[in-house]
Design a protein around this ligand. Sequence first.
Ligand SMILES: Cc1ncc(COP(=O)(O)O)c(C=O)c1O
Length: 372
Amino acid sequence: MSAMPRPVPRPGVLDIDAYVPGKSAAPGVAKVFKLSSNETPLGPSPKAIAAYKAVAEHLQDYPDGSASALREAIGRAFGLDPARIVCGSGSDELLNLIADAYLREGDEAIHTTHGFLVYPIATLGSGAKPVVALETNYTADVDAILALVTPRTKVVFLANPNNPTGTYVPFDEIKRLHRALPGDVLLVLDAAYAEYVRRNDYESGIELVATSDNVVMCRTFSKIHGLAALRLGWLYGPAHVVDALNRIRGPFNVNAPAIAAGVAAIEDTAHVETSVAHNTRWLAWLTEEIGRLGLKVTPSVANFVLIHFPTTKGRTAKEADAFLTARGLVLRQVGAYKLPDALRMSVGTEEANRLVVAALAEFMGKNLGKSV
Ligand SMILES: Cc1ncc(COP(=O)(O)O)c(C=O)c1O
């Protein structure tokens, strides 16, 4: 066949390893506990579900393209100017919009070794080059990031806390990073798990955005608010960045049920508090109990734990994954995050958490004894 010309994607696109979402099925098992995508075990606020359902009566109408009600509700909840908020179809979309607006061929965007996979995907998708800063103890290292900054650097993506490690960078360190970055580098603080963090030295990024011209903070409704299915995220940034993103985003990028449910979710602070309390309790329990089995757990401040397995045959992460999946306990393999010997487990219901610990004890050949 003669070589006919055909459309060619921009450089970088075909270098992308497409994002692989967490598994949700365990074939042949009646009851499945999905602990693979950091979803909340408590579900969304009942008020958000009611608001979502009410929109069913109006599906013929386009949504409000500026998501005003939602930006105002977020503004009220956090004391922010709604004009400096952009909503997106998940924070994934916002990360891609940032890459679209600020990266092109020849540019570089820095992320860390075990950083969220969307960063290199969005970077390559815009034709730019992802540059990987080494982490120390599974934690982003400010000096390692700064050492990689060149005139080509245009964006630094940092998840804080990070997924899939669960570690965080204290605010003093974030400020040090920001101070040392050139003014034309956009620092993207991805605070998808901010609500879960119980540490005095943590700040999601609001203060830094408010006081600088080159920082944005991304947040999501997929985790603590339990609205992952609706795809809803938001970003707080300087007016000039908000202006650029508003020019390139889809005119109706956030759908009407998501806007309605998002408003109800952010206003239901009692539900958020219950979800945080559940997480705080079971995160500590899981860390302790899994550690007692002789498995290393990276200290996490988010709603998941990273469990490290030995490389000994019969005890590997891959074998553990198969063992757990056969029992309906679906965790996340994190080989794509350069962590082939680990599994990530989202904090689940009490039932799911206890089942995982019991199954891991069996897998490790331990007699669990009493654990309350
Ligand atoms: C660090 C981080 N950022 C962003 C996201 C994407 O969230 P969303 O569902 O809002 O696209 C995730 C989801 O796993 C995440 O872990």
